[in-house]
Design a protein around this ligand. Structure first.
Ligand SMILES: NC(=O)C1=CN([C@@H]2O[C@H](COP(=O)(O)OP(=O)(O)OC[C@H]3O[C@@H](n4cnc5c(N)ncnc54)[C@H](OP(=O)(O)O)[C@@H]3O)[C@@H](O)[C@H]2O)C=CC1
Ligand SMILES: O=C(O)[C@@H]1CCC=N1
Length: 276
């Protein structure tokens, strides 16, 4: 992680929902004073939540208060980015910008904001518990100091990885951005199967969660590929063999790959629908 000295002195969040909350929680935990964070959030219930959780009084609309921000984080939905940019950009041209919006390209953002100092990020919700994975792409206008500032902010929520081509962020979106939902989907399915076999819902869920946690930790600590780790579980003619054979026969992996390509395609569609 980058040293705390590279934190921007003042950060503004446009949009104060799930993702903004993950970052704000991480920044406050690292000692950034709440007074150096400004949030613009039009939804009253979300403003109340920010006040209750972090003691931050969010603004209902963009104002000249944004001029103090060294870094502006765009945490609005792709659908609302353009309007939010129109309202805030008169106050933020001087700043470095970090967008977490799925699909929206830095070309669109540069046009809306009147600056090319933009880093695009694709985080995920485990950022809420400091276990996030974020893909990052910097436009050529962002210098090393700007990248270090972004790393200092993103690093408070977990791991990050830079990609060299902006189009790869759509792959990151399909993989780690949407990925937690796939894991929860499998947790639901494994819990249902456990119940079908006579376990209680609570028992099955706890076992499924612990299995994901344990297997992920094993993979993270191992230098062997997942296929080898899988084979080590799969005794010849045993129970895992029966399950994996069924998954192979019914092409579960191929369907999974197709599903992720749908997510990638949707990121590209979002760019076309809500970009410039
Ligand atoms: N959730 C996830 O797993 C991930 C999300 N993202 C991206 O993060 C972005 C935010 O997602 P998330 O935090 O989940 O969404 P949320 O809906 O929780 O947060 C977005 C917030 O922005 C507010 N907003 C709407 N218009 C404006 C405006 N003009 N100015 C300021 N704020 C505004 C919304 O208010 P209102 O509800 O009133 O519209 C909402 O509270 C999205 O672009 C998404 O693609 C990226 C990675 C993962
Ligand atoms: O579903 C979405 O569009 C956002 C981007 C990645 C996760 N959530």
């Amino acid at each position: 992680m980058t040293s705390p000295a590279t934190h921007p002195s003042s950060i503004a969040f446009i949009g104060g929902g799930n993702m903004a909350s993950a970052f704000i929680g991480g920044l406050l935990a690292q000692g950034l004073p709440a007074a150096s964070i400004t949030v613009v959030e039009p939804f009253e219930a979300a403003r109340d939540a920010l006040k209750a959780k972090f003691g931050i009084d969010a603004l209902p609309a963009a104002t000249a208060a944004l001029q103090a921000a060294e870094l502006v984080v765009w945490a609005v939905k792709p659908q609302t980015f353009k309007d939010a940019a129109a309202a805030a950009s008169p106050y933020t041209r001087h700043a470095l910008h970090l967008s977490v919006a799925a699909g929206i390209t830095t070309d669109s953002i540069a046009q809306w904001l009147g600056t090319g100092r933009i880093v695009r990020a694709m985080p995920n919700t485990p950022a809420l518990v400091g276990k996030g994975m974020t893909g990052l792409f910097a436009r050529a206008d962002v210098d090393g100091a700007g990248c270090a500032q972004v790393e200092a902010v993103i690093g408070t929520t977990g791991q990050f990885m830079w990609v060299e081509q902006e189009s790869h962020l759509d792959a990151v979106t399909a993989l780690s951005g949407s990925g937690p939902a796939y894991v929860f989907f499998f947790l639901e399915a494994m819990t249902r199967a456990g119940q079908d076999m006579g376990l209680s819902e609570a028992q099955a869920y706890q076992m499924a969660v612990a299995t994901f946690q344990g297997a992920s930790e094993l993979a993270a600590r191992s230098d062997e590929p997942a296929a080898v780790l899988r084979e080590r579980v799969t005794s010849k003619g045993g129970t895992t063999f029966a399950a994996i054979t069924h998954m192979q026969d019914t092409q579960v992996a191929a369907h999974f790959v197709q599903a992720m390509r749908k997510a990638e395609a949707r990121a590209q569609e979002l760019a076309a629908e809500f970009g410039r």
